[in-house]
Design a protein around this ligand. Structure first.
Ligand SMILES: Nc1ncnc2c1ncn2[C@@H]1O[C@H](COP(=O)(O)OP(=O)(O)OP(=O)(O)O)[C@@H](O)[C@H]1O
Ligand SMILES: [Mg+2]
Length: 340
């Protein structure tokens, strides 16, 4: 069943179809001025972002706090005006025709938007009505959304009685009640328990199955890895890497050996191992320890252990793993996303 099929007029408005870009941005920028006492500070929140998102994909924006994810999303959703750059969203020009962009997209904010005292059904009907949908159709859509998001059971209870996961599902249903071509979800799973997160991933995958393009932000590495078809890694307002999670990880060939050491010992070991021919790259971790990029972990580990032992240094732990998205982030930025 195609619950969120859109209105079937893809070819009529801009020739959009699967494989064509649903979102295209070039050089998108945004700075904020803030005042602290007498001083005015400028924060370059987004510094020239180029993105191409295809129709029907789940695209993820991964990055630490303050990377510029929400600011980018708010620009794409017409909530704030860019300082510079261009974007086309679902075939409409962001700067010249923001009204049309707004009609074609859904947006679910990081903080959420449900009202304590109303029920999920009331919220959904009201939201549909605000998009100009007639009452009977609004009620039909609300019922369908409640079913699709497994909310029917508590549809007529006040939102304040819902769990975090149930409430987040209502918010997402609100964001797509008008059947947009694209939905922007800002951190859809932050604060949810593992089971609710897994549920939410299923809901998001279902939106894709039903033909929607989904743009999410997250700072969860596992979420970006498991859920997204493609991701852009953002740091300090810039996209530092982009691709499928598999391709990004494949760029880092070999294995990763993580060595747990206190910060002083880490410095010593870094000096010892820096020149070793089997160590392709070495990163010092802020919380103590080192991450070593090697061709073959199984043969590197005994050699690393001998060097540490030989220097009389205290080893806390040693782990071997395949490169993760965190290693991609580390390689691109010199920092671990886990620590950021
Ligand atoms: N209205 C504003 N006024 C001043 N500075 C702002 C404003 N909005 C965002 N910023 C700053 O812009 C930068 C990017 O913020 P943004 O909210 O886009 O980050 P984010 O990647 O969404 O982070 P998080 O993961 O914490 O949600 C931050 O340094 C933030 O403090
Ligand atoms: Mg944010």
């Amino acid at each position: 069943m195609c619950v969120w099929s859109g209105d079937g007029d893809e070819m009529a408005d801009g020739g959009l179809e699967r494989g064509v870009h649903m979102i295209e941005t070039r050089g998108l920028r945004k700075s904020f001025r803030s005042r602290a006492g007498r001083e005015t500070k400028t924060v370059e929140a987004v510094r020239g972002v180029d993105l191409d998102v295809s129709a029907g994909e789940i695209f993820g924006f991964l990055g630490p706090n303050g990377a510029g994810k929400t600011t980018t999303l708010r620009m794409l959703a017409t909530l704030i005006e860019p300082d510079g750059g261009q974007a086309t969203i679902a075939g409409a020009d962001l700067l010249k025709d923001p009204g049309e962009v707004r009609r074609r997209i859904g947006y679910v904010a990081q903080g959420g938007s449900t009202w304590d005292e109303s029920t999920a059904r009331e919220e959904l009907v009201l939201q549909a009505r605000m998009y100009g949908i007639a009452k009977a159709e609004a009620q039909r859509r609300a019922a369908r959304a409640l079913e699709a998001f497994q909310l029917t059971e508590f549809a007529d209870r006040k939102c304040k009685t819902y769990s975090g996961g149930q409430r987040r599902r209502v918010e997402i249903a609100l964001g797509i009640i008008h059947e947009p071509k694209i939905v922007f979800l800002d951190e859809p799973t932050t604060g949810l328990d593992p089971q609710s997160r897994a549920h939410m991933w299923d809901e998001i995958r279902r939106l894709r199955t039903d033909g929607m393009t989904v743009f999410i932000t997250t700072h969860y590495l596992d979420e970006a890895d498991a859920l997204c078809d493609r991701i852009a890694i953002m740091d300090h307002g810039e996209v530092v890497a982009e691709g499928t999670p598999t391709d990004l990880k494949r760029e880092i060939s070999g294995d990763v050996v993580q060595v747990g050491l206190d910060p002083v010992a880490a410095g010593e070991v870094a000096k010892l191992l820096d020149g070793e021919e089997y160590v392709n790259r070495l990163e010092t971790l802020d919380e103590g320890g080192l991450r070593l990029f090697v061709d073959d972990g199984a043969t590197a580990i005994p050699r690393i252990l001998r060097r540490i032992d030989g220097a009389g240094l205290d080893l806390r732990s040693i782990e071997l793993h395949r490169p993760s998205l965190d290693d991609v982030f580390l390689t691109k930025t010199g920092r671990s996303l886990r620590e950021s």
